[in-house]
Design a protein around this ligand. Structure first.
Ligand code: PMV
Length: 302
């Protein structure tokens, strides 16, 4: 390889089904345009250069990706630039994994299929948290809106909304660790599997109701699914006061429904409303940082 090689992948928003998706229930997620750019060059490696503090996991990622595509890890450096805030439920780790993979594949002149990206993306994401469902790398690989059920290979079905869905993402004050939220839930599940499996089944049914609502363009029904999903996430113990304040704030500002998105804890909440700009402005007036994701447009752009 003489010249630097590039790769890019986007983040994601989980609309419905986080956490239960780790236990085989469906989730509804969409890829978003904000993402990670990776540039691979030859040098003393394996090394990942980013704005984040140096971390063993980045070194492991570069080494494993290089090996997977047939490059020499000791001669592989990857520089990354991310527009995704870390620890905010937007899938930054998975976008990093898929962007690095794409840069390495370009450097090795290897064409990867979507199935390769799904399988490898999930394997590399495990470097960052223990038992990922694979929904984040699927969003990074696909870039569009889809129903996802974990598996080898995962069951991925496109979902095209019946009308544009403007989602407002509101960010909490503190980033949080997906790994500890997922690990904590696993420990609770071990102590009372019947109860947690029942809650996961409830979420699975809510996800499929939400998908029907999205396909029908019924924002009120989708909002109701968000609210029901949030109640079960609270029962699972993966919510937090921070995120519940965001949800309450969105509902008070006129949202048709709101819930946490991603790992939970202090991360981020999403809300759906007829007028996302007005909803986002109301949240910003309360000091919340926001991002608007147009699901229909993201789907068409992918
Ligand atoms: O916090 P994020 O953006 O990494 O989302 C995690 C989603 C979970 O369902 C909690 C975990 C997973 O692997 O699906």
């Amino acid at each position: 390889m003489e010249k630097a090689a590039h790769g890019r992948a986007g983040g994601k928003v989980i609309l419905l089904g986080e956490h239960a998706v780790v236990y085989g229930r469906p989730a509804l997620a969409t890829g978003i345009a904000l993402g990670v750019d990776a540039t691979l060059e030859v040098g003393q490696g394996p090394r990942l250069v980013s704005d984040e503090p140096d971390d063993d996991r980045g070194v492991r990622l570069v080494a494993e990706v290089a090996r997977a595509v047939g490059l020499d890890p000791s001669r592989t450096i990857v520089r990354v630039r991310s527009a995704l805030p870390a620890g905010r439920g937007l899938g930054s780790s998975a976008a990093l994994c898929v962007a690095v993979l794409r840069a390495a594949a370009a450097a090795a002149k290897r064409a990867l299929t979507v199935d390769d990206e799904l399988a490898l993306g999930r394997r590399f994401e495990a470097i960052f948290h223990g038992t990922p469902s694979g929904v984040d790398p699927a969003a990074a690989a696909l870039g569009s809106c889809f129903r996802f059920v974990r598996g080898e290979p995962p069951d991925v079905t496109p979902v095209v909304p019946g009308r544009p869905i403007g989602l407002v993402v509101g960010f909490g004050e503190r980033p949080r660790s997906t790994g500890s939220a997922v690990g904590g839930l696993r420990a609770r599940w071990e102590t009372d599997r019947a109860r947690y499996e029942g809650l996961f089944d409830e979420i699975g049914a809510i996800v499929d109701d939400g998908i029907r609502a999205a396909r029908a363009g019924d924002l009120a029904a989708l909002g109701a699914a968000f609210d029901r999903n949030q109640a079960v996430l609270e029962a699972l113990g993966v919510s937090s006061r921070d995120v519940e304040q965001l949800v309450a704030c969105a509902r008070a500002a006129g949202a048709l429904g709101a819930k946490l998105t991603g790992g939970g804890a202090g991360g981020a909440a999403i809300a759906v409303g007829e007028n996302p700009e007005a909803l986002a402005a109301a949240l910003r007036r309360r000091g919340v940082t926001t991002l608007i994701v147009d699901v229909a447009r993201e789907t068409q752009a992918a």
